[in-house]
Design a protein around this ligand. Sequence first.
Ligand SMILES: Nc1ncnc2c1ncn2[C@@H]1O[C@H](COP(=O)(O)OP(=O)(O)OP(=O)(O)O)[C@@H](O)[C@H]1O
Ligand SMILES: [Mg+2]
Length: 262
Amino acid sequence: MNSTPLLEVRAARKTFGGLVALESVDIKIKRGEIYGLIGPNGAGKTTFFNVITGLYAPDGGSFKLNGRAYEPSAVHRVAEAGIARTFQNIRLFPDMTALENVMVGRHLRTHGLHHGVIGAVLRTRQFLAGESAIRARARELLAYLGIERYADAVAKTLSYGDQRRLEIARALATEPQLLALDEPAAGMNATEKNLLRETLEKIRQDGKTILIIEHDVKLVMGLCDRVTVLDYGKVIANGLPSEVQRNPQVIEAYLGSGITHA
Ligand SMILES: Nc1ncnc2c1ncn2[C@@H]1O[C@H](COP(=O)(O)OP(=O)(O)OP(=O)(O)O)[C@@H](O)[C@H]1O
Ligand SMILES: [Mg+2]
């Protein structure tokens, strides 16, 4: 049995000028969990993602993946370490097809972008063989997310929900250990949310660990094994969804936003 946490963050700190966006944030995620990160608007959730995935340099903290320290200082290092993410504001290549978007994720995995670009220019036999394998795998991932029929559609023409699914497919193309999703259900209707929930459970079943930021309390509480609540950059609660939901500080932080009725 492997009891080493998949992700272990200690005392993460991030400031923007005088604003302390993260203060002493500890989060420990076990392999195979679906872990929720929740909290009111501006609580620091996205900042936490940006820090662990190399978008923002932290002002403090220690970061371990699989028991090994990693420097969350460069996006490609983080990808190599085994973390992939999606964005609160979808970041696809809007004018590329859905398939091409996933292939980009795959290229990052197989050769690193550099090798990929040189091979593409020279069109070596090795490159072309690799290319068709990448294409095949990208198609599989589209099918896995239920959007294979849009393979050749330009990304920006997909519905909002399908673009979010496409982002997940692209993230999975890097074969991450940890899949970090920033509000994947935003803008989805109830049917799409149910579908998303099934998809995330399947991804977990297939061996991934998931960290999810989500405002839909019902979705979070139904899906997540454990939850951490941030408020003004600090952890105000963590534990089982049922515990967290009863926590007075959490109820206070969410007052008027419905957590007590979930
Ligand atoms: N690049 C930045 N520069 C300055 N301030 C920032 C930056 N990014 C985030 N902040 C501030 O840090 C705080 C936390 O923001 P963050 O986006 O992490 O919140 P959040 O929990 O993701 O909120 P939401 O639920 O609205 O997405 C906010 O006060 C925000 O204005
Ligand atoms: Mg956010």
